[in-house]
Design a protein around this ligand. Structure first.
Ligand code: CA
Length: 248
């Protein structure tokens, strides 16, 4: 395996789509994509256990094991970027996909060009996150170790997907600043196609669940109605208050 190889697991039961997508990626001259195509969910899970992949393109409606189940299974062991493919109209289904921890979705029929753009963006982001940056954001109970790609609450590590991590670090770098959904789409997903703002809502929902942050009584992640989201750091304030109380 050469260092710049990018291994894609493509899970799609329609052979015509599978072949066309694989051919499109393998024709790309700028990147060395290796596509492994499988036609059902069971094979996808088996293949993923056998080989390391850099990214997974996953159709939602699949024989044997649904895309939903495959996504859940992969997420038990890996934070590999996952793009879900869904048919037009399956709005609820694609939201389910994101709630299961997929990083992105694309509605069929899609242009292979757009799929390649999404894959590039996700791979670039995954790569950027694996680069060492010495940065730790300490909010008391919540500590975000950006260099170690690790988030802990009261010293307990919590497991975030690439999108959730990016979302959290984007917001937490500037506590109090309000980000619109569109800004977050750009920063977290790396592109600015319209209509993907709801993706952010799903990621926020997942992130809140993992942080144990109650949206009705938030500690960190605040909804700014009609606009977007902001991060607050109550613990730091509490600590400062406690320090002042001790000093008095
Ligand atoms: Ca299908």
């Amino acid at each position: 395996m050469s260092a710049n190889e990018k291994r894609i697991l493509l899970v799609e039961d329609e052979k015509a789509i599978r072949d066309a997508v694989a051919a499109y990626f393998e024709r790309d001259e700028r990147e060395n994509y290796i596509v492994r195509g499988v036609g059902d969910g069971q094979s996808a899970v088996e293949e993923f256990e056998k080989y390391p992949f850099d990214i997974v393109i996953l159709d939602l409606m699949l024989p044997k094991l649904s895309g939903e189940r495959v996504c859940r299974s992969i997420r038990e062991t890996s934070n590999v970027p996952i793009i879900m493919l869904t048919a037009k109209g399956e709005v609820e289904d694609r939201i389910i996909g994101l709630e299961l921890g997929a990083d992105d979705y694309l509605i069929k029929p899609f242009s292979p060009r757009e799929l390649v753009a999404r894959v590039r963006a996700l791979l670039r982001r995954a790569h950027a996150e694996s680069e060492p940056q010495l940065e730790v954001l300490d909010f008391g109970d919540l500590v975000i170790d950006i260099s170690g790609h690790k988030v802990t609450i009261c010293d307990e590590e919590i497991d975030l997907t690439a999108s959730e991590f990016k979302l959290l670090t984007t917001l937490a770098r500037f506590p109090g600043r309000v980000y619109t959904r569109m800004e977050l789409v750009e920063k977290v997903l790396g592109y600015d196609f319209e209509g993907y703002e709801r993706t952010i809502d799903s990621h926020v929902k997942n992130l809140r669940a993992k942080l144990g942050d109650d949206p009705r009584n938030p500690r960190w992640l605040y909804t700014v109605h009609g606009v977007g989201y902001r991060f607050e750091s109550p613990d730091k304030g509490d600590k400062a208050k406690a320090a002042r109380a001790r000093a008095n």
